[in-house]
Design a binder for this molecule. Sequence first.
Ligand code: SAT
Ligand code: MN
Length: 593
Amino acid sequence: MASQLESLNRWVDEVARLTEPDAIHWCDGSDEEYRALIEQMQRDGTLIPLNPKTHPNCWLHRSHPSDVARVEHLTLVCTSDPADAGPNNHWMAPADAHAKIDALFAGCMKGRTLYVVPYCMGPIDSPISRCGVEITDSPYVVANMRIMTRMGAPALARIEREGTFVKGLHSIGELDPDKRFIMHFPEELSIKSIGSGYGGNALLGKKCHALRIGSYQARSEGWLAEHMLIVGIQNPQGETHYVAAAFPSACGKTNLAMLIPPEGYREAGWKVWTIGDDICWMTPGEDGRLWAINPEAGFFGVAPGTSASTNPNAMATIARDTIFTNVALTADDQPWWEGLPGTPVTDWQGRPYDPANGPAAHPNARFTVSARQCPTWSEQAEAAQGVPISAIVFGGRRPSLVPLVFEARDWAHGVLVGAAMGSETTAAATGAVGVLRRDSMAMKPFCGYNYGDYFAHWLSFDQPGARLPKIFHVNWFRKGEDGKFVWPGFGDNLRVLEWIIGRCSGAAGATETPIGFLPGTDDLNLAGLELDARALATLFEVDAAAWAAEVADIGRYLDSFGDRLPERLRDEQQRVAAALAQADAPAREAAAG
Ligand code: SAT
Ligand code: MN
């Protein structure tokens, strides 16, 4: 089956001439096709069957040990003008990039099958969705794309109707880190990736299309492609508010998307609905609100740390029909990772487990699973118009300074809060103060164009008639003087989400501070939580002098975007700096007096 679309056939022909595969297979996305792929991979050892009693239809894939994560230094954005890629991306001139990578693609599929994978990012009938075609020589990638996207005949039909699609060319090549590149050509809506079979490098629908190319498309078409989970919070009155939240890696996006309410909330009738755990596409609706879809159809989640206590919904989701990558095995072939009960006997590289070799599962071991298997999966994930977003939440790992939650005073302030977000790492060896790495909107590795232009694009949504979400910042990771987390996190984060939703509907109170609105202690439902007065003071403290230093640092960060930085954002930073200076003045006078 070739396509009715001339431009697609021509591209497949061109790629086949370059890469010289033995065979070409057009994927239809059927169950039979998936089964045949799995059987073939089981025969050649790409997949290892797991215990069919405990984990029906589950497989283990062991990647090459040097191919276990995204490779930011080999990930390039290739625009004609380097300034369009910005200081936030690695850049190469498009002609040089094509020449360099095409040399690696030459003849690389000899002895292999070339798979043509048509896919749709988002519900197949949604006007917000966008399509792509990935060409790959990896059946593992095909199987993962079938779980993570709407892949096959319906996507191809839409592509033929629309006549346009994002082109993604992928080969595992020689899996040689020295011959590995992930290149993006946003002006051509195309991606070329070679030398890696790992998720974000190889499942081109995910970070490459849905974020890097997607953010570029979104800017020219007037929408937003963001690194955000989408969760629905249903209150006891039966109303559901949708929240989109951006956090850098390893801050618990999947856990928040699948949150289980604390007991008191469950009894009162609160429910949580999962729409997405990683990517969110938002577009203004006719009513002025932002409407969002999850462009993905599955979860590509981090296994280590996932357990019945941290995320029971995730555990239920991955109990069947799941591909595990780089996990360890128990004696009876169950998948195992750090954080689970039981003992591993085989590590992620297939060696007998020996603690001297490090953790049994690779710290970035993953599960790939259909989102529909999640007990809290929402049917609204299939809604063509998307879901209306009430609140946007930014968050990072900030052991000091940043309170549990605050609300930006308006959209422009919210954009500043998103631009300033970041995570602190402690220099473990010395125990020295944390190093703060800013990661604006958690998009540092994923924004396909200059961050300065991206901030301007965010600001542009603030228009007459817009009914934009309120913007908040949360910090689950505040530590006390004893070095322990002050806030329990996980299910109790619903208390914070309740306040956030209350602010959106006008029901919840707040106190104004120079950094934004904070809940007073009476505004947050803390019933059933044991937090002493000291902990509460820490969680809601705003230290004006320390914040003044933070906002000055934010100013220096904004400077790094030079003349692409929108004036409006600089004004906003100076407004907050001035408010802090004023708040701090009485304190300084008192100290001086
Ligand atoms: O980049 S991946 O999608 O493989 C994983 C992640 O960083 O979210
Ligand atoms: Mn992610």
